[in-house]
Ligand binder design. Structure first.
Ligand SMILES: [Zn+2]
Length: 166
């Protein structure tokens, strides 16, 4: 039989069964029946004994629900189910938001890491540029030195040539 699928609607069943355990009828398998509430359209809120394996044993409430009370119980059942669905959807939305937030935090962290590595690269490139400038400077000095050497050598040669001619 249909007992509905709502957890909140069944929440009272264990408390009910504890209270009435001693007098509960047994199933044909000799298990003691537990008290549950039916939430079907025909029997909203009507209690029954139930075997955990074989299901329905007998009604606790011998009277069938009827009249305005039955209508009221059905409305309450439907409202609770709607609310439970809304809560479920809100929880799912909340989970989605949480994972989106986690992803955003992740990407913020990687942007920070990237920025840091750019800063390091900029520092390195500055150092490299400085090194390059020094090298160029050294090369320029070396070339000047070579020119001076050549000039000196040429001058010396000229002096020697002049001396030999004399
Ligand atoms: Zn049974």
């Amino acid at each position: 039989m249909d007992q509905g699928q709502s957890s909140a609607l069944d929440a009272t069943s264990s408390q009910l069964s504890e209270r009435r355990h001693g007098a509960n009828p047994r199933c044909h398998c000799s298990r003691t029946g537990e008290v549950f509430k039916a939430w079907t359209n025909k029997n909203p809120g009507r209690r029954f004994y139930r075997c955990v394996v074989h299901g329905f044993i007998s009604w606790v409430d011998t009277e069938e629900p009827a009249g305005w009370m039955k209508i009221s119980l059905l409305e309450a059942r439907d409202q609770i189910r709607r609310l439970e669905n809304e809560i479920k959807m809100l929880l799912e939305t909340n989970n989605d938001l949480n994972s989106q937030m986690a992803r955003m935090v992740d990407s913020t962290n990687s942007v920070a890491e990237l920025t840091e590595s750019f800063a390091i690269k900029a520092e390195e490139s500055k150092a490299l540029q400085l090194e390059l400038t020094k090298t160029v400077e050294r090369e320029r000095l070396l070339r000047q030195f070579m020119v001076i050497l050549w000039v000196g050598f040429a001058a010396l040669t000229a002096v020697i040539v002049t001396m030999v001619k004399k």
